[in-house]
Design a protein. Structure first.
Length: 190
């Protein structure tokens, strides 16, 4: 999902055809990486996994009894092979789900993950249609572009001294008002 298109960024920057689409797409993708994890999405984090030669199991810290159901298809990421991919849940308990794995993987006992994996179900929100989210992504894209092109166009540090670096903790803070309606409560720790 691209929140900002290359054409939108090209127009906002006024660069015409001076830069390739691939160069501008990198900036659009970076803005997505900054914003999307902060938005409310239909996924749950798993903290551990295990597998036999035919079945994989993911473990959760909170009860998932009312989150998933047997027969549901989920998309698993951040767990490595043979877990990642689209899987149909074949069994579950209050704190785990099981599914078939492909190939002939070696059996592995339950072990913790760092960072956590993600288990996503079909999304019910399309942030590419949310104007405020799109504008926030565009503003972050412009900041990333400016930081790449002219290092002296930085921000201001907490003691009001100029800083040559604008990619700090204030990057997301500058657009938080635009994305406030869609912020994931799990992303607002700290």
């Amino acid at each position: 999902m691209a929140l900002t298109t290359v054409a939108e960024l090209r127009s906002a920057l006024g660069v015409g055809t001076l830069y390739t689409d691939a160069t501008l797409q990198e900036v659009c993708d970076a803005a997505d990486v900054v914003i999307l994890p902060m938005l409310w999405n239909n996924y749950t984090f798993n903290v551990a996994h295990s597998n036999t030669t035919t079945e994989g199991t993911l473990y959760f810290e909170q009860s998932i009894k009312d989150v998933f159901y047997v027969g549901q298809t989920v998309v698993i990421t951040g767990n490595g092979a043979p877990h990642n991919g689209s899987k149909a849940i074949t069994g579950m308990s209050d704190f785990s789900i099981t599914y078939a794995v492909t190939g002939t993987p070696a059996a592995k006992p339950k072990h913790a993950l760092a960072p956590f994996g993600q288990v996503a179900v079909a999304s019910t929100v399309d942030y590419t249609t949310d104007t405020a989210i799109q504008l926030a992504a565009l503003l972050i894209s412009v900041d990333i572009w400016q930081s790449r092109q002219v290092s002296s166009t930085g921000g201001v540090s907490p003691d009001f001294t100029p800083s040559p670096y604008r990619m700090g903790s204030t990057l997301l803070a500058r657009v938080r008002g635009l994305i406030a309606h869609a912020l994931d409560p799990r992303s607002m720790v700290g």
